[in-house]
Write a protein that binds this ligand. Sequence first.
Ligand code: AMP
Ligand code: GLY
Length: 423
Amino acid sequence: MNILIIGSGGREHALAWKIKQSAQCDHLYIAPGNPGTADLGQNVAIGVNDFSALYELVLDKSIDIVVVGPEDPLVNGIYDFFMEKEYTGKIIGPSKEGAQLEGSKAFSKKFMARHDVPTAAYAEFDQNNYEEGVQYLRKHSLPIVLKADGLAAGKGVVIANTTEEALQTFEDMILHKQFGDASSKVVIEQFLSGIEVSVFVLTDGQQYKIIGHAKDYKRIGEGDTGLNTGGMGCVTPVPFMDEAFMQQVENNIIRPTVNGLAKENIDYKGFIFFGLINVDGEPFVIEYNSRMGDPETEVVLPRLKTDIVDLFEAVYNGNLEEIEVQYNAGSFATVVAVSGGYPGDYAKGKKITVAGNLGTSILFHAGTKANENGDTLTNGGRVLTVTSSGADITAAVQQSLDNLAKIDFEGMNFRRDIGYEFK
Ligand code: AMP
Ligand code: GLY
């Protein structure tokens, strides 16, 4: 089978690494890919939103399965574009309507309300009921959470600790269009307190399989301090996500969500990332994403034993529930190395050196590029991540840290305390 992965980050490198292990994968292409994916398949320089060029590539290379990595092309309707062309292969990634679970906070909140999925109480405002929103913010207890409705590159959520900050954020988002059209509508929701975890599911819109879960560390600083990032590291499995907790997640959240998709005839053949918060042992949904997480994929797929291509096939053959998902033993951790200054301004183009080999750890590239001399250079905020496994979280994290000591680039920064609560 010929398989195409769309995207260029650590998530896509991890997908390539996993797909390449399947005996069913004959040729692997990644568009546009990165220097890490180039070792596993053929990178093709096409952007993730250039649907026409991607479609031509799919015909030219007789691609059987297209796996869409990031949210952007999904929310922009890559699935629908391929369907209109009567593509006969398999696309892993929901329709434009399905991707609204991630693409519109208002859509996802309404969807959860319709299907009784536990989530924070909320209200929705735009220019037309702006004054009502102001009154709502004045009378609500703090902290309070404001969310731009649309995609805002992970920056559209503000947790306001004072009414003043809440009102200013609200004004910036709606009246000053801080995130353009993405913030013309704003969801205001109750603040929930607890530990955040993510659960990953593959679905055909009727049946589903859980393929893993993870806890990620979003803040730049050790001890969960400083600014939010795309993710500084992850661990799996998470000790408190035992059978009883997962049973609640399935019964109260996953099943109602997938049943909701089926009931509303939403075409959804792809991943659902359930961003959850554990409030005193009870799971609530913070957000849905219509794709895998990054860096969560970099621990979830190394832990997954089952052939992922079998799972993709099952999505289109209607037998997903017949597959028994198996996991590799032990704990898995990934630690992300970022550019100095990230998540603020940072320099690119710094040479990356790796001294010696990393043993059983896996180096996944995220923001990297190759130059004409064959050097690998930094090319983003999150540059690379090292995944390791071990008898427990402590051992897995330590192995990643030991290997990060062999890697260097100017300004390199990473957290040494990934998984700290579980050690
Ligand atoms: P989202 O883009 O919806 O995932 O929000 C980004 C981050 O904001 C989440 O990962 C949480 O850390 C935080 N957050 C979002 N909604 C809430 C909430 N209702 N209560 C507490 N924290 C939240
Ligand atoms: N690590 C969070 C995300 O992928 O959205």
